[in-house]
Design a protein. Sequence first.
Length: 65
Amino acid sequence: MLPWIAMIWVPSYNKVEPQLFEFPFFYWYQLLWVLISAVITALVYFKTKAKSAKSSKAQPQGGAR
C-alpha cells in the first residue's frame, strides 16, 4: 500500500532536483520505490512462508480413511 501511495501522489516527486548520479529526482525516486517494493514483498513472503511451515508441522499428515 505504501509504494502505491508514494507513486500515485505525483506532485511529491515531479521535480528535477536533487539529482543523483546526474539522474533527475523524478527517475531515481521511482527506481528507489521499485527496490523498496521488492524488499517489502520479500519480507511478506518469508514471514508468510515461516508461518505456513509452522502450521503445517502442527497438523497431522495423512488423509481420512
